[in-house]
Write a protein of this length. Structure first.
Length: 78
């Protein structure tokens, strides 16, 4: 079949598989597995809108060192 059409066997196999196997959506598949395992976590909505990105960055300016030190202290405590 492949040689009579001037194609490689790999090209024919790829076409057959593409037609036989439904397309996969990795994120959707992963979410379905998580849901089926009972591991899905849904956070409640706060009812307040999120800050614009620029405001959030400005609000947290300078936290980097404090957060890093707190994480290090927590890790050392364990």
């Amino acid at each position: 079949m492949a040689t009579s059409e001037g194609r490689s066997v790999n090209a024919v196999v790829r076409e057959i598989l593409r037609q036989a196997v439904p397309p996969s959506e990795p994120r959707a598949d992963l979410r379905a597995l998580i849901r089926a395992a009972g591991l899905e976590v849904t956070l409640p909505r706060t009812g307040t809108p999120a800050l614009p990105r620029d405001e959030a960055i400005e609000l947290t300016r300078g936290w980097g060192r404090l957060v890093s030190e707190a994480l290090e202290a927590d890790r050392n405590h364990r």
